[in-house]
Write a new protein. Structure first.
Length: 318
């Protein structure tokens, strides 16, 4: 009867049941919806989709040294310029917080830095400044006391703010301050590739060894490449590498890869004075050619994981 249902009723004559039309019943809501589970299921499905999504685009390479004065920032800035010149979207993050100098080496004048991002004054992408060949720089700032000794909570907030940058670049080069600060160690725990910069002097080798040991302690799977910088000649570079390798194998049971060496070159001093990377000011110089060779180190092209770098760094804080 087109959706009508018959219900028993007495007719006025006291006879049998009378057919009385009743409005169609609305279909019952599914049990999951009634219990509010459909919305939860939708959220879980969205979460699963995000978990299964492709990893962030950026590969992340850390550049660090055991002591100051090794020329680490010069290497980082020139490496970033060279990779950007090849057409990559490159971000250089100067994590020598409070004592940053990458902006000087690149001839840039940032309006914002990591401290502004940490304090929530600007978004990370709004703190970037454009450099040669389209590379971007996120400066560490100069004299920023809030970055000198950040707490775990502050680093967590900063890493969370930096996470979106990984989806905007092909390569992120992180220039760390000398030594093994809290932020450096958390990055080493998250990194897939580390360029360890030192020189042939015994104190630099000793401090470099300490950093290498710490890196492998917090991250046994990290790829470490040793770079000997500002070395007078190849013989001393080879001697320094053999000492570093021997000590590492003897006491740790493993050693870093020897990426190469960069000679002492007055062209670098001139480039610093000119606030222009030597890769641009004197690209045929001995130092520029050596850094160009180092920029082809294979792990740089493999420094990406299934999980975002800054997510792993946040996890290392806990």
């Amino acid at each position: 009867m087109n959706g009508e249902r018959l219900v028993p009723a007495l007719n006025e004559a006291g006879g049998g049941p009378l057919a009385v039309p009743r409005a169609p019943l609305a279909p019952a809501a599914p049990l999951g919806e009634a219990l509010g589970l459909s919305r939860l299921g939708s959220r879980l499905m969205n979460l699963a989709r995000r978990e299964a999504a492709e990893p962030p685009a950026a590969r992340v390479v850390c550049v660090a040294s055991g002591k100051g004065g090794t020329g680490k920032s010069i290497l980082s800035s020139n490496l970033a310029v060279m990779r950007a010149r090849r057409g990559e979207r490159v971000l250089l993050v100067d994590f020598d917080a409070g004592l940053a100098n990458a902006h000087l080496l690149l001839g840039l004048a940032p309006q914002h830095d990591l401290s502004h991002v940490l304090q929530g004054q600007v978004r990370a992408e709004d703190a970037l400044v454009s450099g040669p060949h389209g590379l971007k720089l996120l400066s560490g700032g100069v004299g920023r006391h809030i970055l000198a000794n950040p707490t775990r909570r502050e680093l967590d907030r900063l890493f969370k703010a930096l996470r979106p940058l990984e989806d905007q670049f092909d390569l992120i080069v992180i220039d760390h301050g000398a030594g093994v600060s809290y932020s450096t160690v958390t990055h080493l725990a998250a990194a897939h590739a580390l360029l360890l910069v030192t020189n042939h002097e015994v104190t630099a080798l000793s401090d470099g060894y300490a950093l290498y040991k710490r890196a492998h302690l917090v991250n046994p799977y990290i790829r470490v490449g040793l770079v000997l910088n500002r070395v007078p000649d190849e013989a001393r570079a080879q001697s320094a590498w053999e000492r570093f390798q021997s000590a590492s194998q003897r006491f740790l049971g493993h050693a870093p890869e020897f990426v190469g060496w960069v000679p002492y070159d007055p062209a670098v001093l001139r480039s610093v004075e000119a606030r222009t990377p030597v890769a641009l000011s004197e690209p045929e110089s001995a130092a520029a050619c050596a850094i160009e060779a180092l920029s082809h180190w294979a792990p740089i092209d493999q420094a990406r994981g299934a999980r975002a770098f800054f997510d792993r760094a946040r996890a290392a804080l806990r």
